[in-house]
Design a protein around this ligand. Structure first.
Ligand SMILES: C[S@@+](CC[C@H](N)C(=O)[O-])C[C@H]1O[C@@H](n2cnc3c(N)ncnc32)[C@H](O)[C@@H]1O
Ligand SMILES: [Zn+2]
Length: 365
């Protein structure tokens, strides 16, 4: 049962409490500070997987929840809603109960590194707006990547409900918002989530946001039509746990787009073009295709469509990328980029995969 217990506290007081918290994350965001209560329909407790969850002490505004708590009636864990964002992280002790103490500690440390780093940069102008105003080359590369990641389900996305994990400051959400019915974005960093919310305000987008851990998704099994992750799995302490969780919560298919452990990548690491560690501190855990195939076989998917391509770009476009704003320079770059991918794309450093729960198995490459 979904239960609301409106709180008599003033709206202003609660929002201020949120803002005080926010200072310690270094984030900033205006407007759109509410949670759509419909979201409860897909949420589940990240600690014990129980649902439905209840909202208590809700501060309502325009039928939405500005602040309050979400409570799991089974394990009695209470989760805060801060500025309309439910913070659905399972407690450290719950994780520890499901892992050896040492593994739990190291996963906690890993996650804390991610949270600290992305809380810091999540609301930066670049993260909130990229790939807008990043120049022709950078924007085209990211568009190409996004198109590759959903091309298998493009026509099915319309009207569907999509969960995007490790959503960062909302670049993927913006892309999905323009193609799907309803989009829910989740990230472990509230800084990143507030960045995504600011993006929604600026560009007139609509999506729901949740703070949670991709390795313990706070969502019901089969709650979404599609699951999506872009450059997120390789940030997790256990990418396959994240992959499994995405699979569990999606009823039709999941789409992944990630770096791959390719021979070309190893050469590029040796040449110093690519690194072994992310700026967030984590080791880049590039997915090995053989491991992925073994893992997927256990899930017994109806079909797996996987394609590889070769692409390089730094996280922030360097000044010389501006050279390719010129039509002719860009055209030449794109010609060779496409040609190179036709020849060696199959050994490329990035992959996109669509893994379906129903339909026949096929593979592009
Ligand atoms: C490289 S960023 C990618 C963001 C976004 N997908 C994009 O491409 O713009 C990786 C994101 O994963 C998030 N992340 C790291 N560990 C996570 C976890 N355990 N659960 C959920 N999100 C996580 C980080 O906070 C960060 O926002
Ligand atoms: Zn619970």
């Amino acid at each position: 049962m979904i239960r609301f217990q409106p709180n008599e506290d003033s709206h202003e007081e609660i929002i201020n409490a949120g803002e005080t918290d926010k200072e310690s994350w270094g984030g900033y965001c205006h407007g759109l500070t509410s949670m759509n209560p419909d979201l409860l329909g897909v949420l589940a407790c990240p600690s014990c997987e129980y649902y439905p969850l209840d909202i208590v002490n809700a501060v309502l505004g325009d039928g939405e929840v500005n602040a309050g708590q979400i409570i799991c009636q089974k394990c009695k864990v209470v989760f805060n809603i801060i500025q309309g964002v439910p913070i659905l992280l399972s407690s450290a002790c719950n994780r520890a109960a499901n892992a050896s103490a040492e593994a739990a500690r190291s996963a906690e440390q890993h996650n804390q590194g991610q949270i600290d780093y992305f809380n810091n940069i999540g609301t930066s102008e670049f993260e909130i707006t990229r790939p807008h105003d990043t120049g022709r080359l950078y924007q085209s590369l990211l568009d190409f990547k996004a198109e590759q990641s959903i091309r298998q389900v493009l026509t099915e996305l319309y009207g569907s409900m999509v969960l995007c994990v490790c959503c960062g400051s909302g670049m993927d959400l913006e892309y999905l918002h323009n193609r799907a019915g309803r989009v829910v974005g989740m990230d472990i960093s509230i800084g990143a989530v507030l960045g995504a919310r600011e993006r929604a305000r600026r560009f007139g987008l609509k999506y729901d946001l949740v703070v949670g851990d991709a390795e313990r998704l706070p969502f019901r099994s089969n709650g979404f039509d599609f699951g999506y992750v872009h450059d997120g799995l390789h940030h997790l302490s256990s990418p396959y746990k994240g992959l499994y969780e995405l699979w569990r919560t999606s009823r039709r298919a999941i789409m992944l787009t990630e770096p791959i452990d390719a021979s070309l990548t190893r050469v590029s690491v040796l040449l110093g073009i690519s690194g072994t560690n992310e700026e967030a501190g984590n080791k880049v855990c590039r997915i090995k295709l053989s491991e992925l195939r073994t893992f997927l076989a256990d899930l017994k998917p109806a079909s797996v469509s996987l394609s590889r391509y070769l692409m390089w770009y730094p996280h922030k476009p360097p000044g010389w990328f501006r050279f390719f704003n010129r039509k002719r320079a860009f055209g030449t770059y794109w010609y060779f980029f496409s040609l190179l991918n036709r020849i060696v794309g199959r050994w490329g450093n990035k992959f996109s995969a669509t893994i379906r729960k129903s339909e026949n198995i096929h593979s592009d490459k």
